[in-house]
Design a protein around this ligand. Sequence first.
Ligand code: 13P
Ligand code: SF4
Length: 305
Amino acid sequence: MGIKAFQEEVLKLKKEKDVCILAHSYQSREITEIADLVGDSFALSAAAAKMPQKTVIMCGVRFMAETVKILSPEKTVYLANPLAGCPMADQMDRDLIRQVRERFPDYTVVCYINTTTELKTVCDVCVTSSSAVRIIEKLPDKNILFIPDKQLGGYVAKRLPEKNFKLLSGGCPTHLRAGRRALEKARALYPDALLLAHPECLPDITEAADYVGSTSGIVAYAKQSGAREFIIGTELSILAHLQYDCPEKRFYPLSIDLVCHNMKITTLTDVRDCLRGTGGERITLDEETRLQAKKCIDRMIALGN
Ligand code: 13P
Ligand code: SF4
């Protein structure tokens, strides 16, 4: 069966079963084309809460499906491929953060949305890659312990010198694959291109970038920019989507190693099986954990995410 025919089968099932399909923008084109909503992690969860469908399938990684469930407990939420985790979200656990909190009781714990539900239960406020600077700036607290991403935390700390930051050494293994050598190579190959980078990248990359932002920020910047060539410093699917959406512009990889294998594990077969009721994983969260984790998301929303 060709991709188009497979997609049509999935779209037919989706309509029959009245299911909302979410796709993170690091998903492949064959998946984003059959999705109701495509975007970055928190935006998808917030938008899903407003969709009329009672069942949601997340084509992304586990923490994203959990965030959908935290915000929409009345919906039935599936992770299309149960193997899709996020190595960064799994780097720290509740006990570690409890111990760190005991050591630094006067620090406010800020967590990136890319964390497990369990970890969110011991954090004070959550941020996304696009809102981190704005939310932390608005916090009355001066002492900030940022987890888990040292790169995003370091990027925010440089922009808010009035705060005291403590960082733990977590990070995204995908974005960490591009360093100074990749940058030099890309600059030499594409000297006229603007560099657009995700704040999960190393400081060598974000300091050299013409624009730093979330996945949706990078996409919006490239689309509205008058420039014609761009080096994309984030997961390679963003490059592929931009090349389809802006055929008159040119997009180049910062490094061909910027592939998130967890994001790429989900296939059309997974989505079809999930729709048929023979695949995917139904996300369940015990109510106490969900409510405790939701507190740090609610605080982010109150601060104006
Ligand atoms: P955003 O989608 O929030 O930009 O995060 C990037 C990422 O690594 C998602 O896993
Ligand atoms: Fe996790 Fe990085 Fe993959 Fe995003 S790109 S899901 S942070 S491993």
